[in-house]
Design a protein around this ligand. Structure first.
Ligand code: C5P
Length: 215
């Protein structure tokens, strides 16, 4: 049986103003890490691209550590060609400072209205060179989760999107448990039962394996 090559992104990104100050978000990388681990346990060949996170490398899987959205984009481009499926679970920062200072700014010299710019939308850019690969996105939302997730599925030409309500205590960012629904292109919504991130990741990988690879 052919080994499924899977590219997984996880964690936040950091967008630095200077060497010690950055824009980021509360993501810890646990969900994406659990997905890469479940993929490895399933016999797939995962490459995990992990933003700043205290989580360890996954034994038997290639783990690359990145800092910014731009780094993550470069790493994704490098490994995209050789993957069968991309699962983009990273909470990529949407914006970054236009300028990064080489030295720490003195407190009284901090620019209080720094100019920001958008980071590259990695998933959108990769969807333009999709070429038969399966693309799964994540929609972490605090409201209208299913509706917003469906919009993103269309916008980014995805095969599926994980709708993930964040903001509760036991789902989403930083928690050890999660509750997700997977929305497919056909409109089908697969409701996975709530569990630890490892349990949820296993259910997701088993589903994707059966649905897209007949395995
Ligand atoms: O549009 P939105 O950022 O909410 O879409 C979320 C999906 O897009 C996630 O899969 C996320 O990993 C991905 N994303 C990305 N590059 C960005 C922002 C989000 O690939 N700059």
């Amino acid at each position: 049986m052919k080994k499924i090559r899977c590219l997984v992104t996880a964690g936040p990104t950091r967008e630095y103003f200077d060497p010690v100050r950055f824009i980021s978000n509360p993501s810890t990388g646990k969900m994406g890490w659990a997905i890469a681990k479940a993929a490895k346990d399933k016999g797939w060949e995962p490459t995990l691209i992990l933003g700043p996170s205290p989580l360890p490398d996954i034994e038997g899987a290639r783990t690359l550590r990145v800092e910014s959205a731009q780094d993550m984009f470069e790493a994704c481009k490098k490994f995209f060609d050789e993957c069968d499926i991309l699962i983009m679970s990273a909470a990529v920062s949407d914006v970054r400072p236009k300028k990064k200072l080489a030295q720490k700014a003195k407190k009284d010299e901090i620019n209080l209205s720094p100019e920001l710019e958008r980071t590259p939308d990695i998933l959108l850019e990769l969807s333009k060179i999709k070429n038969g690969r399966i693309l799964i996105g994540f929609a972490a939302e605090t409201q209208n989760v299913l509706e917003y997730a469906k919009e993103k599925l269309e916008q980014k030409n995805l095969d599926g999107i994980v709708a993930n309500a964040v903001g509760g205590i036991d789902t989403g960012f930083a928690s050890d448990t999660n509750k997700i629904d997977l929305i497919l292109r056909s409109g089908e919504v697969v409701d996975f039962r709530k569990g630890t991130k490892n349990e949820v990741a296993k259910l997701l990988i088993n589903f994707l394996s059966a649905r897209f690879f007949d395995q």
